[in-house]
Design a protein around this ligand. Structure first.
Ligand code: GLU
Length: 321
């Protein structure tokens, strides 16, 4: 069916969703990374980027929070760009694990590949694939420049968060070495793990994340800067990865109830992609037991419901003035 939405309708839906969700309680800040435990749990931002470059921001959308697992989406795009979709499938995989984001069990079960670049194991492997091989600084530059291109503005590591994660990432160290055992780390192991830890520690705003989501929704063309950041044929590949594992073991429930492929992070961020229509991001630190932001989930769902949108609805959506 053809469906037309106006910018005013979308703006109103975002504002109403924010108001409805701002007093939702429940959940707890991630506490296994000490820095995240101390972030103000009342922060809340909601942002939508339309494909004409309009960015609708409500609440704390300029607050820089830890991007954490949402970074996996951005670096998966970089690796797709550098190596192509087939190589990513072969060297990492595209399967949902059905297990928590940091599962070691998942690696043991699927010893032939690390499943998907959107769980810790696959994300560490993705960092090992970033070019130029063997050059830690060059690889970091590629990762952070790709963040800038996708988000339309620069992002920087939060040093205190980076230190907090580096001091406590024992589980991820085990993952990295286990992957090495299966020949699934394609560069130096400590370097690959460090790049992963650093990318998780980048401070990002909800507004920047919604522009990144809008870039994916727009086939790789950043709607704000108008730069073609990645080839259009990679957009369905990254959206597929997000659809299948973006909420870890809760991904099916999420997609079924929200209608939008989205990726969460333990910093409280959620990035959602409605292909051909909009990117959306929400941020609020308290998480449910699976590590997904309680308020951000509610806010994204509320926007989708108000606009009667869903990635599988079969509608041809046009956004007008
Ligand atoms: N840096 C976090 C970790 O590796 C990211 C996890 C997440 O956001 O899901 O444990």
């Amino acid at each position: 069916m053809d469906k037309t939405l106006t910018r005013a309708q979308i703006t109103q839906a975002v504002q109403e969703a924010y108001e409805e969700c701002k007093n939702i309680s429940g959940g707890h800040n991630a506490d296994y990374i000490p820095f995240l435990a101390n972030i103000d749990p009342n922060l809340f931002g909601l942002s939508v980027t339309l494909l004409d470059g309009t960015v609708i921001n409500v609440g704390d959308t300029e607050y820089k929070f830890g991007i954490e697992s949402v970074s996996k989406v951005l670096t998966a795009i970089l690796v797709l760009k550098q190596h192509g979709a087939d190589a990513v499938l072969k060297q990492i995989g595209a399967d949902a694990t059905g297990l928590p984001f940091n599962s070691i069990f998942a690696i043991l079960l699927e010893n032939d590949h690390p499943s998907t670049p959107l769980v810790n194991a696959g994300a560490i492997t993705a960092c090992s694939m970033v070019e130029p091989k063997g050059d830690s600084w060059g690889k970091w530059e590629a990762i952070i420049n790709n963040f800038t291109d996708l988000c339309g503005s620069e992002a920087q590591v939060i040093d205190e968060l980076y230190k907090s994660e580096s001091d406590t990432n024992f589980n991820n160290r085990a993952i990295a070495w286990l992957l090495k055992n299966y020949n699934r780390i394609y560069d130096d192991v400590p370097m690959s793990l460090d790049l992963y830890t650093r990318q998780c520690s980048v401070g990002i705003t909800a507004s920047q994340l919604s522009i990144c989501a809008g870039t994916i929704a727009n086939g790789g063309l950043n709607p704000v800067t108008k730069a073609q950041v990645f080839a259009p044929e990679l957009a369905p590949k990254i959206t597929t990865l997000i659809s299948s594992v973006g909420f870890y073991q809760n991904t099916g429930d999420w997609l079924y109830s929200s209608g939008i492929p989205a990726k969460s992070g333990v910093g409280g961020g959620v990035l959602g992609v409605m292909p051909g229509v909009m990117g959306i991001a929400a941020f609020a630190p308290p998480l449910d037991v699976a590590g997904n932001s309680v308020k951000a989930q509610a806010a994204v769902k509320a926007v989708m419901k108000k606009l009667d949108l869903g990635v599988f609805n079969g509608d041809r959506v046009t956004v007008t003035d």
